[in-house]
Design a protein around this ligand. Structure first.
Ligand code: BGC
Length: 762
C-alpha cells in the first residue's frame, strides 16, 4: 500500500514538473518566433529543426473534436487518447470545436502542455455563414453579384472568427451538371467561368486582405477533384471524366482559388479515373503544387484516406498512410492513418522525410500567416463573440444577398409584384411557415428555427392573408444526419387549403424541398416537387388559377407542369436567416428581382445531366427522320436555360459591335435599354463559340458578364474585351492554347437569348 502511495505521488510530481518544463520551454521558444523582422520561411525552418519526427507527424493529424471541454471526454472511443495526443504534440488541427471558451481550453492544452506548444488550427464548415446565414451557395451564385458574394463570405468569417474558428472548409468549388447530386446546393452551379469568379470572391471574403487579422480565416477550396461529377448524381460515387472536361471544366475554379491565395485545398472522397483523389499524385502534386505553385496544404476529406480500403486501393491503414502522404495529401482528417503509421513508415524508408517536411512546412506556414504564433488565442475574445453574432450589419447584408439570389422564373400578365393593398390573399404550403428549412442543410453553427419564415415576412406588408398548410413536406424528425422522410400519402389538409383558395383573389403557394433534402449524402432520383405537393398545386389550381408559386429548393427542379400552368413562379431557394423578409420584398415589389439561374433547370429527370456548354455532336438536328441527337419522348431544350431570370422591367438589347483589329483584345459592345416601368438590375452575359478547333469546343461558353442597374428609359453601353485568356482552352495534354479562327459571339440576357455576331481571330 505504502509503495503504491509513493509511486502515485511520484507520478503526480513528475507530471507537474514536466508540464512546468514544457510550458517554460514553449514560452521561451515561441517568443523567439515572434520577431516581426524574420520572414515566415525563416521561422518555419527554425521550428522544423526543433521538431521530432513524431511531432512533425502530429502536425499532419486532424481530429474531430466534439469535446465537452469542461467535462471529461469526447463521446467517441478515442477520447482519452485524443487528449493525450494533444499534450504530446500529436495533433495539428481539430474540427468542430467552437465557442471562445471551448477553443481556448483546447488551445491551452496544446500551447501550455505540449513540448513545442505549436498552436492548433480550428477548422469548421462555415459554408454560408456561421449564425447569420446567407442563402445557400447555389442561390448566392444566382445573384451573379461578386461584391455581395464576397461580403457574405466576409461576414461568415467575422462571425466564425468571433467564436474561435480560424479555418473554414469552404468554398466548395465543384462544378456539377447533375441536379440529382445533393451537394449542388453547396457550389456555384455548372459553369467554370462563373464558378471561377465566385471561387475567387469567396476566398477573398473569408481570407480578407490581411490573414493575420483577428476577423479573417483561412479558406479551403474543395473537393479536389471531380467530386461534382459523381456518376448518376449519387454522392460519393465513381467519377470517370475525360481530360478535356477535367482541364476546362473541373480545374478552373480551383485554379482561380489558388490564384486568390487560398490557404488550403481539400481532396475528395471519389476515385477519379480509377485513382482515389486522396492518393492522387497527379492531382495533388503535379497539378496543384507543381503546375499551379500552390503554397498552402492539402487536407483530406473526412476519412477519405481510410475509405481507400473500401475503394479497393489500399489493403490497410498503413498503406493508406503511405500512399496518401506520398501523393501529397498533407493532413489526415479523421482516418487515424498518419498518427498511427507515418513515423514508422519514415523510419523504414517507405515515406521520405522530405515528404513529411514539405507537408509540415505547408501547415506551419498557414499557422504563421494566421498569426497564431504571435497569439494563439487571438480568436478567443468573448466580447467579440457577444457583439458580432447576429450583428445588425450582418443581418442587413444577409437580407441584401437573399433578395439578390431570388430568380423570377415566370410572370404572366404581370401578376407580380402584388399591390400592397391587395385583399384576400391565401398563403398555402408547409414551407411558408418554416423557420428551419430555409437555413439549408450545411448550417451546423447556426440556431435551429432562426430563419424569418415567409409568413413572418409577409406580415410586415399586409394582414390581408389567411394561411393554410395544405400538406406537410416531411414526416417525423428532421436532422443533418438522418435520412428525411417525405410525406407521400397524407392529404388530409388539402381541403382546407382548397376551400381557402376558392374564396381568395390571389394564392401564394410556397412549395419545394425541405432544406435537408439537399446537401451531403442527399441525392434524389426525382427532381420534382417532393411528396404530395404537386397534387396539392394541381388541386388548388382547379379552383383558383391566380397563383404565385414560390419555390424553395436546393437544386434545379423539373417543375414543367407548373411552368405550363402557373402564371407566376419565383425561385427562392433556401435563403438563410432573412428568407421571409427577402421573399416578401420581392413579392410586393420593393425589390425588383434580378437573379439568373447558375444551373440549367431540366424539363424532366431523364434529361440530366443537361448543361448549356455541351458539344454540338455530329447530329445536332432537328431532322425530319429520327437519326439525330435527341429524345423521342422529350424536348432537347431545358425548362429554363443557364443564366435565365426575369425582371419586373424589360431590357432591350441593340447595336452589337465587334472590333477585332487587335487579335489579343477583341472588343464587343452593345446597348442595353430599360424599356419597362421599373428600375431594375440586369446581368448581361457574353458567350463565345470557337467554330473549329483542335479539340472540339462547346456550343457556347460564358466568357464575361456585367451586372448593373438601369432606371426606366435609361440606356447603357456595355463593353467586353476578349483576350487570349477567354479565347484559348486546354488541350488534352493540359496545355493552354490559343488558336486563330472564326468565333461566334452572343451577348444576351441568358444563355439562349441575345444578339449574335462573329469575328475572325488572327
Ligand atoms: C465533407 C466535407 C467537410 C468535411 C468536414 C465531409 O463529409 O465532404 O466537405 O468539409 O466533412 O465536415
Amino acid at each position: 500500500m505504502k509503495t503504491k502511495i509513493v509511486l502515485f505521488l511520484f507520478f503526480i510530481i513528475t507530471a507537474y514538473f514536466n508540464s512546468l518544463i514544457a510550458s517554460n520551454f514553449n514560452h521561451n521558444f515561441l517568443s523567439k518566433l515572434n520577431n516581426p523582422i524574420d520572414s515566415i520561411e525563416y521561422k518555419i525552418n527554425i521550428l522544423l529543426k526543433k521538431m521530432t519526427l513524431q511531432e512533425k507527424v502530429g502536425q499532419m493529424n486532424q481530429y474531430n473534436g466534439f469535446w465537452e471541454v469542461t467535462g471529461p471526454a469526447p463521446k467517441d472511443g478515442n477520447a482519452k487518447s485524443k487528449y493525450e495526443h494533444l499534450k504530446m504534440g500529436l495533433v495539428g488541427s481539430v474540427l468542430n470545436v467552437k465557442g471562445v471558451e471551448n477553443v481556448r481550453k483546447i488551445q491551452e492544452i496544446v500551447v501550455k502542455e505540449s513540448r513545442l506548444g505549436i498552436p492548433l488550427l480550428f477548422g469548421f464548415d462555415v459554408i454560408h455563414g456561421y449564425k447569420t446565414l446567407s442563402p445557400i451557395p447555389l442561390a448566392e451564385a444566382a445573384s451573379w453579384d461578386l461584391t455581395a458574394i464576397q461580403k457574405s463570405a466576409r461576414i461568415a468569417a467575422i462571425e466564425a472568427s468571433a467564436v474561435g474558428i480560424n479555418w473554414t472548409f469552404a468554398p466548395m468549388v465543384d462544378i456539377s451538371r447533375d441536379a440529382r447530386w445533393g451537394r449542388v446546393m453547396e457550389g456555384a452551379g455548372e459553369d467554370p467561368y462563373l464558378g471561377s469568379k465566385i471561387a475567387a470572391a469567396r476566398v477573398k471574403g473569408f481570407q480578407g486582405t490581411d490573414l493575420s487579422a483577428n476577423n479573417t480565416i483561412a479558406a479551403t477550396a474543395k473537393h479536389f477533384a471531380g467530386y461534382g461529377f459523381a456518376e448518376s448524381g449519387k454522392d460519393y460515387n465513381t467519377v470517370d471524366i475525360g481530360t478535356s472536361t477535367l482541364y476546362n471544366i473541373v480545374f478552373p475554379p480551383f485554379q482561380a482559388a489558388v490564384q486568390s491565395d487560398v490557404k488550403t485545398v481539400m481532396n475528395s472522397f471519389n476515385v477519379i479515373n480509377g485513382i482515389p483523389s486522396t492518393a492522387n499524385k497527379f492531382l495533388q502534386r503535379d497539378i496543384l503544387k507543381d503546375k499551379w505553385s500552390f503554397k498552402g496544404f492539402v487536407i483530406s476529406d473526412w476519412g477519405s484516406g481510410a475509405e481507400m480500403i473500401d475503394h479497393g486501393f489500399a489493403k490497410d491503414l498503413k498503406q493508406v498512410a503511405k500512399i496518401s502522404a506520398n501523393a501529397g495529401s498533407d493532413m489526415d482528417m479523421e482516418s487515424y492513418a498518419y498518427v498511427t503509421y507515418l513515423k514508422e513508415l519514415v523510419e523504414t524508408g517507405k515515406v521520405s522525410i522530405k515528404v513529411i517536411d514539405d507537408a509540415v512546412k505547408r501547415i506551419l506556414r498557414v499557422k504563421f500567416e494566421l498569426g497564431l504564433f504571435d497569439d494563439p488565442y487571438k480568436y478567443c475574445n468573448s466580447k467579440r463573440e457577444k457583439e458580432l453574432i447576429y450583428h445588425p450589419d450582418h443581418l442587413a447584408a444577409a437580407l441584401d444577398i437573399a433578395k439578390k439570389s431570388i430568380v423570377l422564373l415566370k410572370n404572366n400578365q404581370q401578376l407580380l409584384p402584388l399591390q400592397k393593398t391587395q385583399k384576400n390573399i391565401a398563403v398555402i404550403g408547409a414551407l411558408a411557415n418554416e423557420k428551419n428549412s430555409p437555413l439549408g442543410s450545411w448550417r451546423i453553427g447556426s440556431d435551429d428555427n432562426s430563419a424569418v419564415s415567409v409568413i413572418e415576412g409577409l406580415k410586415k406588408y399586409t394582414s390581408n392573408f389567411v394561411y393554410a398548410k395544405g400538406t406537410d413536406v416531411t414526416v417525423g424528425p428532421v436532422s443533418f444526419i438522418q435520412e428525411l422522410n417525405i410525406n407521400e400519402t397524407d392529404k388530409s389538409e388539402f381541403n382546407e387549403a382548397i376551400e381557402l383558395a376558392k374564396k381568395s383573389d390571389v394564392v401564394i403557394m410556397v412549395l419545394g424541398e425541405h432544406g435537408f433534402q439537399t446537401g451531403e449524402g442527399r441525392s434524389r432520383t426525382k427532381i420534382d416537387l417532393p411528396g404530395v405537393q404537386q397534387q396539392l398545386l394541381e388541386e388548388v389550381y382547379k379552383v383558383n388559377q391566380n397563383i404565385v408559386l414560390v419555390l424553395m429548393n436546393g437544386r434545379p427542379l423539373a417543375v414543367t407542369w407548373a411552368d405550363e400552368h402557373i402564371p407566376a413562379i419565383v425561385e427562392a431557394w433556401q435563403l438563410g436567416t432573412q428568407s421571409g423578409n427577402a421573399i416578401a420584398e420581392v413579392l410586393f415589389g420593393d425589390y425588383n428581382p434580378a437573379g439568373k439561374i447558375p444551373m440549367t433547370f431540366p424539363r424532366s429527370i431523364g434529361q440530366v445531366p443537361i448543361y448549356y456548354n455541351h458539344y454540338n455532336t455530329g447530329r445536332p438536328g432537328p431532322k425530319p427522320e429520327v437519326f439525330w441527337s435527341h429524345y423521342s419522348d422529350e424536348s432537347t431544350k431545358p425548362l429554363y436555360p443557364f443564366g435565365y431570370g426575369l425582371s419586373y422591367t424589360k431590357f432591350e438589347y441593340s447595336n452589337l459591335q465587334i472590333n477585332n483589329s487587335n487579335p489579343s483584345a477583341i472588343k464587343v459592345s452593345l446597348t442595353v435599354k430599360n424599356i419597362g416601368s421599373f428600375t431594375g438590375e440586369e446581368v448581361t452575359q457574353l458567350y463565345i463559340h470557337d467554330r473549329v478547333a483542335s479539340v472540339v469546343r462547346p456550343v457556347k461558353e460564358l466568357k464575361g458578364f456585367l451586372k448593373y442597374s438601369l432606371k426606366p428609359n435609361e440606356s447603357k453601353l456595355v463593353e467586353f474585351v476578349l483576350t487570349n485568356k477567354e479565347l484559348g482552352f486546354y488541350n488534352n495534354n493540359g496545355e493552354f492554347i490559343v488558336e486563330p479562327g472564326e468565333f461566334d459571339v452572343m451577348i444576351g440576357t441568358n444563355s439562349e437569348n441575345g444578339l449574335t455576331g462573329s469575328f475572325i481571330k488572327k
